[in-house]
Write a protein that binds this ligand. Sequence first.
Ligand code: ZN
Length: 292
Amino acid sequence: MAYGGGFGGGNMQQLMKQAQQMQRKLQEAQQQIAETEVTGKAAGGLVEVTMMANKQPVAVTIKPEAVDPDDIEMLEDMVLAALNDAVKQADAEPDCFDMKYIEPLARLIAELSKLPSVGEKTAARYAYAILNGPEEDAKALIDAIKDVRENVHFCRICGNYSEGEICHICEERKSDVICVVKEPKDIVALEKVKDFKGVYHVLGGVISPLEHVGPNDLRISELLARLDGVREVILATNPDVEGEATALYLARLIKPLGIKCTRIARGLPEGSVIEYADESTLSRALSSRVEL
Ligand code: ZN
């Protein structure tokens, strides 16, 4: 009896499930390998060979300048060099679903994969770099992660990231203009606009019924508590549906207090993200803000 007591059926089912999962992972891995291309180059790209990560060649590109009818041998050498280069790159492709990962490496890859825009393949590349790189680099990375988690707090006034209780912007600037943003990283983007000298207020999100985020989940009461003596509130949430709704909600709260409310949507394409907007776009968006 392999599985004792009354649990045999349950264990068997679990085993089957695990086997199915493994099979699915293997299929995904094969699929991924089948879809990954590498390109080998020779003579600064005059000759290129493209192959799949499983080393199946798919294309050879030869620029006209590489063709000299009097020296075919040179062209042959270049094709060979490009092919070798491609094989080298295919060998360097980490096989991210390799079931043979030893446990600590698998764990690091799993943790790195949780980061935004990091797929398992990229995570594997990072993990190998951490493993094979100098030990002091790995230690510095550990220290930096620890430091940022232990020593970065939210500014008591505006909600920006700060090393101390109050961030450097709140400490250095006195302004009667408050620019309201969704996240601290939006401040980094807006600070690129050199002529803006107002202070900020981080909401910590936007109103989003779909994600169950309501006004009470945001730092709105903290904003209202700061409005004494404020002349203008610039609502700089992203120009998407949630950002617009949040801006309108705040304008309805703030305008009756006799404070000017403006919106910075002009110049920013609809649905875009402040975080990634360039300086001139943001500068235009700020200077051509409209009153709500
Ligand atoms: Zn602050």
